[in-house]
Design a protein around this ligand. Structure first.
Ligand SMILES: [Zn+2]
Length: 292
């Protein structure tokens, strides 16, 4: 029963997030209903949600800059500090039930006030009274790995890869889409589910950090065109379409979607610090020029 309800809630949150572009609004999470009754998915004021009807914690909120002690550690696992008060009762008791029963829960990364990137399901995979923390993993398999203090190199790499795919990349997409008010920087398409956060300098490049100034909100077509150097962006924010595409003759998508974008100026975030870094653009534009 409880597991089915949790899976239903997780499915609902994931669906909402997909429709929005990878994030959910606080209002949506507070308005969730089950059998006609309100069942908020996050707490009104605290970083943990323990509905009375559920034996184990439903959701936790993590914030890189907020008033929480949580740490995303190097090993790709989240060290979630015990809630204040008695370690054996209240919130901590319900987190421990999640640990003992393996119930899936939701992790919400707070990116800006009232907007969260959901990561679900996640699992409580260790209880560390001496550290006063629970260890949260993005994959159930970590429950069965034994001592997580001494993870093998292979499992550590697996955890890091999961953290990148399921935590850091989605969080990057949320921050970039919010900065661009959920519009493609090239064509202004305003459908979150059709938008990505493109990296200017690729992930893995020494300066390719997942920060908003190394990102561009782009629709799926423009993102793919950018990654394949069919579309370039100059350091002064102009769109360039590769010559080979400009000379081609084809239907309306090529004409309106790509050729007519040639020479247009990007639609940029309002806040200067969110705008693409000109050095990053310049660096990337050189690669584009080599391809045309
Ligand atoms: Zn577009």
């Amino acid at each position: 029963m409880e597991r089915a309800l949790r899976e239903h809630i997780i499915g609902w949150v994931v669906e909402r997030a997909e429709a929005n572009g990878g994030f959910v609004f606080r209002e949506e999470l507070l308005s969730f209903r089950h059998n006609g009754e309100k069942l908020p998915v996050i707490d009104y004021s605290r970083g943990i949600r323990n509905p009375r009807a559920l034996s184990a914690t439903l959701s936790i909120v993590s914030s890189a800059s907020g008033p929480y002690d949580d740490v995303e550690s190097e090993d790709g696992l989240l060290h979630y500090a015990y809630r204040s008060g008695d370690p054996w009762s209240g919130d901590n008791r319900k987190l421990r039930v999640a640990y003992e029963t393996g119930m899936p829960l939701l992790l919400f990364r707070k990116e800006v006030p009232n907007v969260y990137t959901p990561v679900a399901p996640v699992y409580v995979v260790d209880d560390r009274p001496d550290e006063r923390a629970f260890v949260i993993a993005l994959d159930e398999s970590f429950r069965f790995f034994g001592n997580l203090d001494t993870l093998s190199e292979e499992k550590r790499r697996y955890a890091q890869r999961l953290a990148r795919q399921r935590l850091h990349q989605p969080a990057f997409r949320t921050r970039v889409l919010l900065a661009y008010e959920t519009r493609c920087t090239v064509c202004r398409l305003h459908h979150g589910s059709l938008l990505d956060a493109a990296h200017i300098l690729p992930d893995g490049h020494p300066d390719g950090a997942p920060t908003v100034d190394n990102g561009l909100a782009m629709c799926k077509i423009h993102h793919a065109a950018y990654d394949q150097d069919m579309l370039g962006v100059t350091p002064d924010y102009r769109v360039q379409i590769a010559w080979r595409l400009l000379e081609e003759k084809d239907g309306p998508m090529l004409r309106h979607g790509l050729q007519e974008m040639h020479g247009q100026t990007l639609h940029l975030p309002r806040r200067p610090r969110d705008r693409p870094h000109r050095d990053h653009l310049a660096h990337r534009y050189e690669t584009f020029l080599q391809g045309v």
